[in-house]
Design a protein around this ligand. Structure first.
Ligand SMILES: Nc1ncnc2c1ncn2[C@@H]1O[C@H](COP(=O)(O)OP(=O)(O)O)[C@@H](O)[C@H]1O
Ligand SMILES: [Mg+2]
Length: 348
């Protein structure tokens, strides 16, 4: 399926509902063909941003939205050529799969033969051919989601907008569909804005991720940038798990409760109080005599492929450390831990 795709530019787009500003003025550029994920906790303004791009909400005065060179700020949704998929699917229960997918084509008076060919192609692409004449209520959640996606694509949109499309599904199905979605979005090459509060979805699907909180953009970057170089604590805490080491700076080391860790090069600070951060997978157990930090096992959680250890006494806060699943350690066992040097993160 051949789809044209356009870049999207939001300039100073804010949104106020009944006197309450829910989005601060935001600037955002989405490349043609890119998948941009809006990630953040519930209520941070993801859906509102998506709805402004769709034409379902108007930005406050002064905001501007462009698709390529077209200023679409004043255009209603039906004139923007966008395809939308919601968490709730919003399929027509009294129509068949084919009926749902071809609905927008009927409205647009696309000639019957063209419409039939396009729907057949989409049915094949979404592995729904065998289900074409079934009513919606005979489909599984995953199949319904694919119908919703096919329906959004049928009208050959310039932009695809997805709002938590996998959230309603159970965990196992969500994993499968996430990877299907990934393949599909790459094949289609359509400019996509994908809203989720699930960081695994954001990591797998996003060319870039926009981390939002409380109506603001906290960081925009590739999944690796967001994970390994979080811009601030909000991002670091929302994306993945992070440990804090607080202590005193002394001779290039951070001295803390259970030992000392070499500070990353270039970490300068006005006073001697200091803190650095690291991910649970970036520390390892070591012989306590030679380890950077000493502590004891407070608790363990066996998660199958890995075990997450909670270690007390090594730093002011308990530390979470991931080790291989087969490692078994009793509560109270003294342990040494060291942290991979280039994995230390300094945050303001
Ligand atoms: N139509 C509306 N009227 C009033 N407040 C709204 C409306 N839509 C969203 N909000 C508020 O705006 C904020 C952001 O909502 P939303 O964009 O839906 O967040 P998210 O999708 O990130 O969960 C929330 O506080 C929400 O209650
Ligand atoms: Mg939402």
């Amino acid at each position: 399926m051949k789809l044209a795709s356009v870049p999207i530019t939001l300039t100073q787009c804010a949104k106020t509902f009944r006197g309450t500003r829910v989005l601060e003025p935001l600037d955002l550029h989405i490349d043609a063909g890119e998948t941009l994920v809006l990630l953040g906790p519930s209520g941070c303004g993801k859906t509102t941003t998506l709805r402004m791009i769709a034409g379902l909400e108007t930005p406050d005065a002064g905001g501007r939205i462009a698709f390529g060179d077209d200023d679409v700020t004043a255009l209603p949704i039906e004139k923007r050529q966008v395809g939308m998929v919601f968490q709730s699917y919003a399929l027509f229960p009294n129509l068949t799969v084919r009926g749902n997918i071809s609905y927008g084509l009927k409205i647009k008076r696309v000639p019957a033969e063209t419409a039939r060919q396009r729907v057949d192609e989409l049915l094949g692409m979404m592995r729904l051919t065998a289900h074409a004449d079934k009513p919606i209520d005979q489909l599984s959640g995953g199949q319904r989601q694919r119908v919703a996606l096919a329906r959004a694509l049928a009208v050959q949109p310039r932009v695809l907008l997805l709002d938590e499309p996998l959230t309603a599904l159970d965990a196992r199905l969500r994993d499968t569909l996430r990877s299907e979605m990934n393949t599909l979005l790459r094949e289609l090459g359509i400019t996509t804005v994908y809203v989720t509060h699930d960081q695994a979805e954001a990591m797998e699907l996003g060319d870039r991720i926009v981390v939002m909180s409380a109506g603001r953009i906290e960081q925009i970057g590739s999944p690796r940038e967001i994970y390994y170089r979080p811009a601030n604590r909000t991002v670091a805490q929302f994306v993945g798990t992070i440990n804090r080491l607080a202590g005193e700076r002394r001779d290039g080391m951070l001295s803390t409760t259970g030992g000392a860790v070499p500070l990353p090069a270039g970490s300068v600070h006005a006073n001697s109080a200091h803190e650095i951060f690291f991910r649970p997978e970036d520390a390892y157990l070591a012989d306590p005599a030679h380890a950077q930090l000493r502590g004891h096992i407070e608790s363990t959680a066996f998660l199958g492929e890995r075990t997450r250890l909670t270690i007390g006494g090594a730093a002011p806060d308990a530390l979470l450390i991931d080790v291989a699943g087969r490692v078994e350690l009793a509560r109270g066992t003294p342990v040494g831990i060291s942290i991979t040097q280039d994995a230390l993160i300094a945050l303001s």
